[in-house]
Write a protein that binds this ligand. Structure first.
Ligand code: WT7
Length: 666
C-alpha cells in the first residue's frame, strides 16, 4: 500500500501516559465504566445504540426500528423517530440552564459577545423566522458562507429549526468553489456577511459571493447578508437582504419542524481522490446521537466547562464540536473569529485565560506553529483552568504531542487524539481521557459501539501487529454519512465497493459491508491504533483535506498548462505541502519566466479553489514520469518532491531520462 506520510517515527513510539488520579477521580468515565460500555456494545450493537439514542436525544416521536439495513449500504437509523437538532441544542436546556452561557464569542479585533441558552434560542428562532419569510422551507438547501462568528452558528441552527439543509462553505474558498457547491446542492438561499477578519485583514466574503453569483448559481433567489466588518460592499436591492434588519423584526418564538430521523441535517463538501469535492450527506437523528454522546465521552463535558474547539464551522469539526455536539451536551462553547498569530503567538493562550477555557481542542498544524513560536507564549498566560487537551485532523507527530503535553498541559492534562472524518460525522477512535493511558501519536482505541479493523488488500483482517493495512469500519454507526449528494453510485464505489463481501464486514440482506476510511493504520501489541495517513490521492495540508486531482484540474485550467501532477511533501508546520509538477504548452519556462509564471499559477489555483490549495513548490518539466501504459508514477514524484535520492527502478518508465529534469537537475 502507498502511504503519503512518514510513519517511521510513530511506529517506534512507546512512551505511555496514564491520566492523573485527580482527573480519573472526577471523570464521568473511568476504566471500569468504559469497559462496561464496550461490553454492552459488543453483546448487542443495536441495543447499545438504541439505549444511547433514547438517553442522549430528545425525540418528539420515538423511533420504532433501530437500524434498517434492507438497502445497505444505505443504512437508516432510528426509523420513524422524529426530532429536531435545534431543539436538542437549545430548547431542552432552557429549563435547567437557560441563563447559562451557551456561546462566548471573541472577534479577531478583541470584541466579545456572549449568548445565554435563552438568548441563543431567541436569536435562532428569529433567524429561522427570517428564513421562512424568504420562502425557505423544509428540505430546501441553504448555502452558508460566513466568518467564524456566532452568527454562523445561529444560521446553521436556524436552518435546522425549520428543516432546511445547510451546506457551509469555508470562508477561505474561492468564488468558483462556492459556485460548484451551490450548483451541486441547488441551494435557493445564500447566507453571507459583508466580511470577516482573519490574519489582520478583512476577508471579502460578500464580494467573493457576488463573483460566484456572477458565474452561475442560478438557483439562488436571495442573498442574506450579515453586517460584520461594516466596510463598503456592493448591495443589489433586487437580490440582497440585510440580515440584521430582517431578523430584528421577527418573533422570538419559532415552532420547530419535527423531521424524520433520516432527514438530512447538512451537506458538507470534502475532497476525494478523483473528481470534484463530494457533498457528504448527514442525517438528523443518528448524527445528533453521535455528536452528543462523543462530546460527553471524549471531552468529559460537564456543567461549568468552557469548551473551545478552534475549528472553523466550514469543516466538519466545526459542525460536530463547535455547534451540534457541545450545545446538545449543554456546555459553554467558545468561538473565535481569527487566526492564532494575531496580534502575536500568544492569542490562543490569552483567549484560554480570558474566557476560562477548560477544554481546548485544536489541530496538530496549529500546535506545531505555536510550538515553533516558543514556550514563552503559553508561559505568559494563566492556563490553570485547562483540564483537558485535544487534537484532530491529521496525525500528530510525537514531538508536537510532547510539547503540547509538557508546555500547555504542564505534564498533568490528558490529551485526546481523536481520529474521524467528514464522512464518519463524529469521533470514532479516541482516548476516553479518564479511562486509558495515552501514547504520543496514537489515537488509542475505538469508542464503544464503533467497530474498526485493519485489513489487507483483499479485505482480510490483519491479525498481527507488525504490519500496517487499510483502516475499515465493519459495522454501521449512527452518525455515518448517508450518501454523496446526487451521486449514489459514487457513494457505493468510494466507500463500500472495495471490500464488499470481505470477511470482516457487516452482514445484511444485500451482502457484507465494510466501510473503507481511506487511511492506513497499524495496531500495536496493546491494541492501540496508529493512523499512518491517507492511502489515496488525498492531501492533508494544515489539517485541510485536498484532492491532488482537484489541484491538477485547477492548474490545467490555465491556458498555458498542458499537464500537471500534484503530490504532497512533508512539511514541518503544515504536515504536508502541495508540490506541483507542471508541463506547459510550448517551451518549458526557465529563469525569470519560470519565476513569474510560478507566481501566476499560485494565484490561479487560489482563484480556482482557495488560497489553502496554493502549491508551495512548482517545478516545470518537459514531461511527467509515465509507465508504458501511460500511468503517472506518483510514488516517484513523491520521492522527488522530498528531495530523496531516487533508488526506485525507473526502467519501466517510458521516458526514464525525465527523472533528472523533474528533480531539478537538468
Ligand atoms: C482525514 C479526514 C476529523 C475531522 C477533521 C478532518 C485525517 C483526522 C486524525 C487523527 C490522524 C487524522 C485522516 C482522515 N485525520 N483526524 N487524529 N490522526 N489522522 O476531517 O477533512 O474529513 O479529513 O483526516 O487522514 O481520513 P476530514
Amino acid at each position: 500500500m502507498s502511504s503519503n506520510t512518514n510513519i517511521q517515527s510513530v511506529l517506534t513510539e512507546n512512551r505511555a501516559f496514564a491520566p492523573s488520579a485527580e482527573f480519573v477521580g472526577q471523570a464521568q468515565l473511568n476504566a471500569d465504566k468504559l469497559a462496561a460500555l464496550h461490553a454492552a456494545a459488543q453483546a448487542d450493537h443495536l441495543g447499545f445504540w438504541a439505549d444511547l439514542a433514547r438517553k442522549e436525544v430528545a425525540w418528539q416521536t420515538p423511533f420504532t426500528t433501530v437500524l434498517d439495513d434492507a438497502e445497505a449500504p444505505n443504512f437508516k437509523w432510528f426509523v420513524d423517530g422524529r426530532t429536531n437538532a435545534s431543539v436538542n441544542c437549545l430548547d431542552r436546556h432552557l429549563g435547567a440552564r437557560g441563563d447559562q452561557v451557551a456561546i462566548r464569542y471573541e472577534g479577531e479585533q478583541g470584541d466579545t459577545r456572549t449568548y445565554t441558552y435563552k438568548q441563543l434560542h431567541a436569536e435562532v428562532c428569529k433567524t429561522a423566522n427570517a428564513l421562512k419569510s424568504l420562502g425557505v422551507a423544509k428540505g430546501d438547501r441553504v448555502a452558508i458562507y460566513m466568518p467564524m462568528t456566532a452568527d454562523a452558528a445561529i444560521a446553521m441552527l436556524a436552518c435546522a429549526r425549520i428543516g432546511a439543509i445547510h451546506t457551509v462553505i469555508f470562508g477561505g474558498f474561492s468564488a468558483s468553489s462556492i459556485k460548484d457547491r451551490v450548483e451541486d446542492t441547488q441551494a435557493k438561499l445564500l447566507i453571507t456577511s459583508d466580511g470577516g477578519r482573519r490574519g489582520g485583514h478583512i476577508v471579502e466574503l460578500k464580494r467573493t459571493a457576488d463573483d460566484a453569483l456572477a458565474q452561475g448559481c442560478a438557483t439562488i433567489e436571495k442573498v442574506l447578508m450579515f453586517r460584520r466588518t461594516g466596510h463598503d460592499v456592493p448591495f443589489n436591492p433586487a437580490r440582497d437582504v440585510w440580515a440584521n434588519a430582517l431578523i430584528e423584526q421577527q418573533s422570538t418564538e419559532c415552532e420547530p419542524e419535527w423531521v424524520e430521523s433520516e432527514h438530512p441535517l447538512f451537506l458538507l463538501y470534502t475532497s476525494g481522490s478523483t473528481g470534484k469535492p463530494k457533498g457528504i450527506q448527514h442525517s438528523t437523528g443518528g448524527y445528533m446521537v453521535g455528536a452528543t454522546a462523543t462530546s460527553k465521552w471524549v471531552f468529559d463535558l460537564r456543567q461549568g466547562d468552557v469548551f473551545w474547539c478552534t475549528a472553523d464551522v466550514g469543516w466538519v469539526t466545526g459542525h460536530s464540536y463547535v455547534v451540534y455536539g457541545p450545545l446538545s451536551a449543554g456546555s459553554t462553547v467558545m468561538m473565535y473569529e481569527g487566526t492564532p498569530m494575531v496580534p502575536d503567538a500568544g492569542r490562543f493562550w490569552k483567549i484560554c485565560q480570558d474566557h476560562g477555557v477548560t477544554i481546548f481542542y485544536t489541530a496538530p498544524t496549529a500546535i506545531r506553529a505555536l510550538m515553533k513560536a516558543g514556550d514563552q507564549w503559553p508561559g505568559q498566560y494563566d492556563l490553570s483552568k485547562l483540564r483537558l487537551l485535544g487534537s484532530v485532523g491529521e496525525p500528530i507527530n510525537p514531538e508536537a504531542w510532547m510539547w503540547y503535553h509538557r508546555v500547555v498541559g504542564k505534564e498533568k492534562l490528558p490529551i485526546v487524539d481523536t481520529w474521524w472524518q467528514t464522512e464518519t460525522g463524529t469521533i470514532m477512535i479516541s482516548p476516553i481521557p479518564g479511562a486509558i493511558a495515552t501514547k504520543p501519536g496514537s489515537c488509542t482505541k475505538p469508542l464503544p459501539g464503533i467497530a474498526v479493523d485493519i485489513v489487507d488488500e483483499g479485505g482480510n483482517r490483519i491479525e498481527g501487529n507488525d504490519q500496517g493495512g487499510y483502516l475499515v469500519v465493519t459495522k454501521p454507526w449512527p452518525s455515518m454519512l448517508r450518501g454523496i449528494w446526487g451521486n449514489p453510485e459514487r457513494f457505493v464505489s468510494t466507500y463500500w465497493g472495495q471490500f464488499k463481501d470481505a470477511p470482516a464486514g457487516y452482514a445484511t440482506p444485500t451482502g457484507k459491508w465494510t466501510y473503507l476510511a481511506g487511511d492506513g493504520a497499524h495496531r500495536d501489541t496493546d491494541g492501540y491504533y496508529w493512523i499512518m495517513g491517507r492511502t489515496d490521492d488525498v492531501l492533508n495540508v494544515s489539517g485541510h483535506r485536498l484532492g491532488t486531482m482537484e489541484i491538477e484540474s485547477a492548474l490545467v485550467s490555465h491556458p498555458r498548462v498542458a499537464e500537471a501532477a500534484v503530490v504532497g511533501r512533508p512539511h514541518e508546520v503544515k504536515g504536508e505541502s502541495v508540490f506541483a509538477f507542471v508541463i506547459c504548452n510550448g517551451e518549458r519556462p526557465t529563469g525569470a519566466d519560470a519565476e513569474a509564471f510560478t507566481k501566476e499559477l499560485r494565484e490561479h489555483v487560489a482563484r480556482e479553489i482557495g488560497a489553502l490549495a496554493k502549491p508551495d513548490d512548482i517545478r516545470f518539466a518537459d514531461n511527467l514520469p509515465k509507465t508504458r501504459s501511460g500511468k503517472i508514477m506518483r510514488r516517484l514524484l513523491r520521492s522527488i518532491a522530498k528531495g530523496e535520492v531516487i533508488t526506485q527502478d525507473t526502467s519501466t518508465l517510458e521516458n526514464p531520462g525525465i527523472v533528472d529534469q523533474l528533480a531539478g537537475k537538468a
